[in-house]
Design a protein around this ligand. Structure first.
Ligand code: GBH
Length: 461
């Protein structure tokens, strides 16, 4: 069992659930632009209405409470508060949209009234379009504007909110947003540009941490969420364990962004990637680069700005790879996969998490974990998602092994509370513990929601 103070939560993000995309003075984000362009999203769906959480947050938070959920991780939509992204004018005066700020005040207060701990994420991918028009994360200036935004949010909310994370998954922002173009802003750029995006995100994170600490009304806890390939050993023998560890932190050419290593090493260890040692020089465009510092966007002192002490590392884990001393274990025919085709690999929750702790030595939150199922409402009116219960049981059993082995895991946030807009895949993949009927916006807790609720109540006793 996990200790009583282990935190059980659920996670979501603004664009995926809020809807109300033009209401109350909200500005346009890159996801508004991207998903309203035909051809970008499955069935040309978009997040214009999504789960209508903007109007239904009270009902959603009340439902969380009735299910004994202890913490709610949500993200703030930058453009609700700063419609064009800019926080301070040239005279240093701050201009914000009161209605947007009110919305998040209401969410935070509603959580607190219901005994639910709010966890803010400042940035879950919905960059203000006006900043994108100015280069987005390719522009170093965006990092400084992000720090202004972080400072404002922290100053305003830290009287009530302790946990404020900076950025969700820099790996996916850079990889899908700027490298393969599947996500907003839909760019397919060269290697150096993509590395500059990671660099500016790391800078944004570091600057934000420093600025937040300076204005916090009580000591905040901060960090970010990271994702990437993690491996686990095929057996408990040392050779396999070492092989899986080494594979976990490899930077793979051809998919150079999908690793914890680059971003976490820069922000948590103050270490730039070793271009030649990690094979990055094999990427087209990097052949002539001997050291990361030679990249055109790196400035003296950046490494120090990025490398700020943080309180936790958020890890988003969906699957991993099994590795033995002889290499990656090939997928067995017919082995379990989720509705999105992602392999079901509980072992990543044990060894993958141990490896992350060994390398970064920070307390860990599982900030996301979950799966898409082809959930339907059965004739009895209920949603019987036995696959999700099975998945959760397996993943949490393995997480418990890492926990028992002494890894300081502070909590687990299931992705997600409700079904929602799954980015370029639209609404087909259902990730929620709670089913959403998008026609009526009715919420139906699935069997897994009641299962999760029981688990939380048992572990508090
Ligand atoms: C998260 O991204 C996001 O933070 C969240 O917004 C999103 O809704 C959620 O996950 C579900 O997608 O090719 O089989 O190895 C996670 C992104 C998930 C991308 C796992 C890579 C590998 C699947 N990652 N995926 S596989």
């Amino acid at each position: 069992m996990f200790d009583k103070n282990f935190l059980w939560g659920t996670a979501s993000s603004s664009y995926q659930i809020e809807g109300a995309f033009t209401e109350d003075g909200k500005g346009v984000s890159i996801w508004d632009t991207f998903s309203n362009k035909p051809g970008n999203i499955a069935h040309n769906e978009n997040g214009n209405e999504a789960c209508d959480h903007y109007h239904r947050y009270r009902e959603d938070i009340a439902l969380m409470k009735s299910l004994s959920i202890q913490a709610y991780r949500f993200s703030i939509s930058w453009t609700r508060i700063f419609p064009d992204g800019i926080v301070k004018d040239s005279d240093g005066n701050v201009h914000f949209n009161q209605a947007g700020l009110d919305f998040y005040d209401n969410i935070v207060n509603c959580c607190l009234e219901n005994g639910i701990e709010p966890f803010i994420t400042l940035y879950h991918w919905d960059l203000p379009q006006a900043l994108e028009d100015n280069g987005g994360w390719l522009n170093r200036q965006t990092a400084y504007i992000f720090a202004d935004y972080a400072e404002f949010i922290c100053e305003h909310f830290s009287d009530r909110v302790v946990n404020i994370a900076t950025i969700n998954e820099p790996q996916i922002i850079s990889g899908l947003g700027y490298m393969n173009g599947l996500h907003a802003p839909g760019k397919k750029l060269d290697c150096i540009s993509v590395l500059s995006v990671i660099h500016h995100l790391a800078l944004a994170h570091g600057l934000a941490v420093t600025r937040m600490r300076a204005v916090a009304k009580q000591p905040i806890k901060t960090g970010f969420s990271s994702t990437g390939d993690l491996c686990f050993p095929a057996s408990e023998c040392d050779e396999d364990i070492d092989a899986a560890r080494a594979e976990s932190f490899k930077i793979v050419t051809g998919n150079m962004t999908f690793n914890h290593t680059i971003f976490c090493d820069m922000t948590c260890l103050g270490r730039y990637p070793d271009i030649v040692g990690t094979g990055l020089h094999l990427e087209k465009g990097l052949e002539k680069i001997g050291h990361y510092k030679e990249l055109p966007f790196v400035k003296d002192g950046d490494s120090e700005l990025m490398h700020q002490p943080i309180d936790f590392l958020g890890i988003n884990v969906y699957n991993g790879h099994e590795v033995s001393v002889t290499g990656h274990i090939k997928k067995k025919p017919g082995s379990p996969r989720t509705a999105l085709g992602w392999p079901v690999t509980p072992g990543v929750m044990n060894y993958g998490i141990r490896y992350m702790y060994e390398r970064y030595n920070l307390p860990i939150y599982i900030f996301e974990d979950g799966l898409a199922c082809n959930d339907i409402i059965s004739l009895d009116g209920k949603v019987h998602d036995s696959n999700r219960i099975d998945f959760l049981t397996r993943y949490l059993t393995d997480l418990e092994k890492a926990y028992k082995a002494g890894v300081p895991i502070l909590g687990y946030f299931h992705w997600s509370f409700t079904d929602n807009f799954e980015w370029h895949s639209g609404y087909d993949p259902r990730f929620g513990l709670v089913f959403v009927d998008y026609e009526t916006q009715q919420r139906i807790p699935k069997d897994s929601a009641y299962w999760y609720s029981d688990l939380i109540r048992q572990s508090c006793n």
